[in-house]
Design a protein around this ligand. Structure first.
Ligand SMILES: Nc1nc2c(c(=O)[nH]1)N[C@H]1C(S)=C(S)[C@@H](COP(=O)(O)OP(=O)(O)OC[C@H]3O[C@@H](n4cnc5c(=O)[nH]c(N)nc54)[C@H](O)[C@@H]3O)O[C@H]1N2
Ligand SMILES: Nc1nc2c(c(=O)[nH]1)N[C@H]1C(S)=C(S)[C@@H](COP(=O)(O)OP(=O)(O)OC[C@H]3O[C@@H](n4cnc5c(=O)[nH]c(N)nc54)[C@H](O)[C@@H]3O)O[C@H]1N2
Ligand code: SF4
Ligand SMILES: [Mo]
Length: 693
C-alpha cells in the first residue's frame, strides 16, 4: 500500500492528510490526518477524512461537452474543444473588444492554476477575471493593504494555543474552521470571547458572548479605542515607533463615548465594561475575524477598527496577539498573491520596474501585462446583464447559487453568447445553458501547491492517477493557451512545477519572497510559511510577522484607517422588520454542496430543503411550529420559501439561513463595501408570512 501525503482542498486550514492507496486498483483505501503536521497534527474534520468519497466524480468519463449549432451537445474530444474555445474567444474579442470576455475563478484552485489563468486572461487576452474570493476575503485584503502597506496577515496558528484572551468577531470556527476550534479548545489558559449577533455554535461554547447588533462592530471598536486612549491604557512606545495618524484617530474616536456605543450596538454597558476588563487584564490578547466582518456595507473600516485597537495596544508581532483575519477557502491566500487579479503577481501594476521584472521572468513583451486591477465580480455580472460582456468562463465556483442576489446571475447566463463552465461536476446550478463544459479532475488527482490562512505553502500531490483522457485544471488552461497561440506559455509554463518556479522568481525581494522554497522539497514536509528567501534556514515551524514592529508602508509604519460610520443602506423598516443573516450551517456541508453531497454520512443527516432559524417570539406571532413553511420577502424584491426551526439563539428581529441552499442567495442584496466590493451577504432586511397552501 502506498502512502501519499497531500492536502485537504476544502477550507483555508489546509490540513495535511495521508492517503493510503491501493496502487494496483488506483483506489484510495483510507485517509488519515498527517501526524506531526504543524497545522492539524493527526486531527481533521469530516470533510477531509471523506475526500476518498468523491467516487461519482472519479468514476465518471471525463471528456468535454460542446453545444452544436442545432442546440444538441456532442463530445468532440479535448483538442477540438480547445481549438473551438480559442476560435470563439477570438471571434468575440474581434467583434466586441477585449473586455467582452470575462472569467470568474475561485480560491479553491492550486497556486499554479490561478497563475496560468491570470496570465492567459488578464495579460494575453487583456480582459477581466475576478474570483469568488471577492465574496470572501476581499475586505480583509483591502484592510491589510491600507493599514499595513501590504496584504500580509502576520499570525501563526500557534497564537491560538498561547493567547490568554481570544476574541472572535463574526467568526464561527466550531462549524467553519474545526482546527481553529480544536486549538482554541485545547488552550488551557484562555478566556474565549465571541462577538456575534447570533448565539452561534461557537458562542455557545465561549466564556463570554456579546450579541452585537448586526453591522455595528466598527462603532464598538471605535468606542473601545476611545476608552483605552482616554484612560491611558495604550502602548505609547509602539504607537510612536510603528504607526501613523494616531493624533487624528484619537480625535476621531472621541465621538464614540461608551453610552452611545452601548445604544448603537445593543450591548449593555456592563458587558462593554466586562469586555474592557478582559482586554485590560489579558497578557496575550488576540482578535480574530471572519465573514461577520468581511461581508458588509462597511467591511473594510470594520476590519480596520479591530486592527486599530491592536495597534493602540501594541499587540503585534508578539506571541498570542494580533488582529487576525481568518480566510475561508483552501487557497484563498495563494489567489491573493498569484492570480494577477488585484496585483501584478504581488506587485503594483503601474510600477515600471515591476513590469520589467515580471516580463523578464515570463519571457514575454512588457506590453501584454495587465495594466491595472481586474473589473470586480459585481462589475462583471452587471456588464453581462448590460450586454457589454458577451462571453463568460467560470471555473471551480458555482455563482448561480453563491452570488449575491443570485437571480442576477441567472439573467446574466441568458444574455451570454458564449458560456464555458469548468467544474468537476456537470450538474451544479451554474451548469445551465452552457456552450462548453470542461470536466476537471478533483484535488485527489491533482498536482500543485496551496497557501493556508497563516501563509503556509504546502504541496498537493496526486493520491490517485488520472486516466489517460482526464485533465486537471492546469492542463485545461494550458491547452486553451496553446490553442490561442500564446508562445511564452507554450514554452515556459508546461507543468505546475515550471509555473511554481516562475512564481518563485516573481516573489523575489517582495514581502512574500519564497525564493528559498522548492516545489519538490515541499512534498512530505511540514510546509513553509512565507516569507522564506533563498539562503534562509528554517529554525521553527511556526513563524509570525511584525516582531520588529515594521510594516510595509515606505516609512515602515502602519496607518490608523478610519472614517465616520456610514448609514446602513438597508435599515429595518415597518415593511422589512427582520434582518436576514446568512452563513455556514454545519461542519459537513460545504457551500453549494456539490462536493459534500457525495459524503453519505453528511447527506444522511443534512436537510434536503432550505431552512432558517427564527426566534420563539416570531414563531408565536405567526403561529408557526417547527418545520412549518414560511415565505420570506426580501428588500431586493425577491421571495423564497423556507422551513422554520425555532430557537432563542437568534435575536427576535433576526432570521438566520444556512447558505447551502440556492434559495438563500435569492434574497441577498446587491449591496457592497465601497472599497473591497465584497457583498453585504449578512444583513438584507426582509419580512415573512406563513406560506400559502
Ligand atoms: N463546514 C463548512 N466550513 C467552511 C465553509 C463551508 O461552507 N462549510 N466555508 C469556508 C469559507 S469559504 C469561509 S469564508 C469560512 C467562513 O467562516 P465564518 O465567517 O466563521 O462563517 P459564517 O457562518 O459565514 O459567519 C460567521 C458568523 O458571522 C456572524 N455575523 C453576521 N453578521 C455579523 C455582524 O454584523 N457582526 C458580527 N460580529 N458577526 C456577524 C454570523 O452570525 C456567523 O455566526 O468558512 C469556511 N469553512
Ligand atoms: N448568503 C451568503 N452567500 C455566500 C456566503 C455567505 O456567507 N452568505 N459566503 C461566500 C463565500 S465566503 C464563498 S467562498 C462563496 C463560495 O461559493 P462557490 O465558490 O460558488 O461555492 P463552492 O460550492 O465551493 O463551489 C466550488 C465549485 O467548484 C467545483 N470544484 C471543486 N473542486 C474543483 C476542481 O478541482 N476544479 C474545478 N474546476 N472545479 C472544482 C465544485 O464542484 C463546485 O461546483 O460563497 C459566498 N456566498
Ligand atoms: S475542511 Fe478544513 S478543517 Fe476540515 S479537514 Fe479540510 S482543511 Fe481540515
Ligand atoms: Mo469564503
Amino acid at each position: 500500500m502506498k502512502k501519499v501525503q497531500s492536502v485537504c482542498n476544502y477550507c483555508a486550514i489546509d490540513c495535511n492528510l495521508d492517503f493510503y492507496v491501493d496502487e494496483e486498483a488506483n483506489r484510495i483505501v483510507s485517509v488519515k490526518p498527517t501526524p506531526g503536521y504543524p497545522v492539524n497534527d493527526g486531527f481533521c474534520c469530516i470533510k477531509g477524512i471523506s475526500l476518498d468519497k468523491q467516487q461519482t466524480v472519479v468514476d465518471k468519463p471525463h471528456t468535454p461537452r460542446v453545444r452544436k449549432e442545432d442546440g444538441t451537445y456532442h463530445y468532440p474530444g479535448w483538442d477540438y474543444t480547445f481549438d473551438y474555445i480559442a476560435k470563439r474567444f477570438k471571434e468575440i474579442q474581434e467583434k466586441y473588444g477585449y473586455e467582452a470576455i470575462a472569467g470568474i475563478s475561485t480560491g479553491q484552485l492550486t497556486l499554479e492554476e490561478f497563475a496560468i489563468n491570470g496570465h492567459i486572461l488578464r495579460d494575453h487576452m487583456h480582459t477581466n477575471v475576478d474570483g469568488n474570493t471577492r465574496l470572501c476575503m476581499a475586505s480583509a485584503v483591502v484592510a491589510h493593504k491600507q493599514s499595513y502597506g501590504f496584504d500580509a496577515p502576520g499570525y501563526t496558528l500557534k497564537d491560538l494555543d498561547i493567547s490568554d484572551t481570544i476574541i472572535l468577531v463574526g467568526a464561527n470556527p466550531v462549524v467553519a474552521h474545526p482546527i481553529v476550534w480544536d486549538r482554541i479548545k485545547r488552550n488551557p489558559n484562555k478566556k474565549l470571547i465571541v462577538i456575534d449577533p447570533r448565539r452561534s455554535e461557537t458562542a455557545k461554547n465561549a466564556d463570554y458572548h456579546y450579541a452585537i447588533k448586526t453591522k455595528t462592530d466598527s462603532t464598538l471598536f471605535y468606542g473601545l479605542a476611545n476608552y483605552f486612549i482616554e484612560n491611558d491604557l495604550i502602548d505609547h512606545e509602539f504607537i510612536a515607533a510603528s504607526t501613523n495618524k494616531f493624533e487624528e484617530y484619537k480625535e476621531f474616536v472621541k465621538d464614540f463615548p461608551l453610552d452611545k456605543v452601548s445604544e448603537v450596538t445593543n450591548i449593555p454597558m456592563e458587558q462593554i465594561m466586562e469586555l474592557i476588563e478582559l482586554i485590560k487584564n489579558g497578557e496575550r490578547v488576540s482578535m480574530w475575524w471572519t465573514m461577520g466582518i468581511n461581508q458588509s456595507h462597511n467591511a473594510v473600516r470594520a476590519a480596520q477598527s479591530i486592527i486599530n485597537l491592536q495597534l493602540l495596544l501594541g499587540n503585534y508581532g508578539k506571541p498570542g496577539t494580533g488582529a487576525n483575519s481568518i480566510t475561508g477557502q483552501c487557497n484563498a491566500m495563494g489567489s491573493r498573491l498569484f492570480s494577477n487579479q488585484a496585483s501584478l503577481y504581488g506587485h503594483d501594476f503601474a510600477n515600471p520596474d515591476a513590469r520589467k521584472k515580471i516580463a523578464g521572468i515570463f519571457g514575454c513583451d512588457e506590453e501584454i501585462l495587465a495594466k491595472g486591477p481586474t473589473k470586480t465580480y459585481n462589475q462583471i455580472i452587471e456588464g453581462i446583464n448590460a450586454g457589454e460582456i458577451k462571453a463568460l468562463w467560470i471555473m471551480c465556483t458555482n455563482p448561480r447559487h453563491s452570488w449575491t442576489n443570485n437571480e442576477t446571475f441567472k439573467s446574466a447566463i441568458e444574455k451570454l453568447e458564449f458560456y464555458v463552465v469548468q467544474d468537476i461536476y456537470d450538474d451544479i446550478e451554474s451548469c445551465e445553458d452552457y456552450d462548453v463544459f470542461l470536466p476537471a479532475v478533483p484535488g485527489i488527482k491533482k498536482e500543485g501547491s496551496y497557501i493556508n490562512l497563516e501563509r503556509r505553502i504546502c504541496r498537493c500531490v496526486p493520491a490517485i492517477v488520472p486516466d489517460e483522457d482526464e485533465k486537471n485544471d492546469y492542463q485545461i488552461m494550458y491547452g486553451i493557451a496553446k490553442a490561442m497561440g500564446f508562445q511564452d506559455i507554450i514554452d515556459n509554463w508546461k507543468t505546475p512545477e515550471d509555473c511554481f518556479n516562475l512564481m518563485k522568481a516573481c516573489s523575489k525581494n517582495r514581502p512574500f519572497d519564497i525564493t528559498g522554497v522548492s516545489f519538490r522539497g515541499l512534498e512530505g514536509s511540514h510546509g513553509i510559511q512565507w516569507p522564506f528567501k533563498e539562503g534562509d534556514v528554517l529554525e521553527e515551524d511556526e513563524r509570525r510577522l511584525y516582531a520588529d514592529g515594521k510594516f510595509w508602508h515606505p516609512d515602515g509604519k502602519a496607518i490608523f484607517q478610519f472614517e465616520p460610520v456610514p448609514e446602513n443602506p438597508m435599515p429595518q423598516t415597518e415593511e422589512f422588520p427582520y434582518i436576514f443573516n446568512t452563513g455556514r450551517g454545519t461542519v459537513g456541508q460545504w457551500h453549494t454542496q456539490s462536493r459534500t453531497r457525495e459524503v453519505q454520512f453528511v447527506e444522511g443527516v443534512s436537510l434536503h430543503h432550505a431552512y432558517c432559524f427564527i426566534h420563539p417570539v416570531v414563531a408565536e406571532k405567526f403561529g408557526l411550529k417547527h418545520e412549518d413553511w414560511i415565505t420570506i420577502n426580501s428588500c431586493n424584491g425577491q421571495s423564497a420559501d423556507f422551513a422554520v426551526r425555532i430557537t432563542p439563539d437568534v435575536q427576535e428581529d433576526e432570521i438566520y439561513a444556512p447558505i447551502h441552499y440556492v434559495e438563500c442567495n435569492k434574497l441577498t442584496p446587491s449591496v457592497y463595501d465601497p472599497y473591497s466590493k465584497e457583498p453585504s451577504y449578512k444583513s438584507a432586511v426582509v419580512n415573512i408570512r406563513p406560506k400559502e397552501a
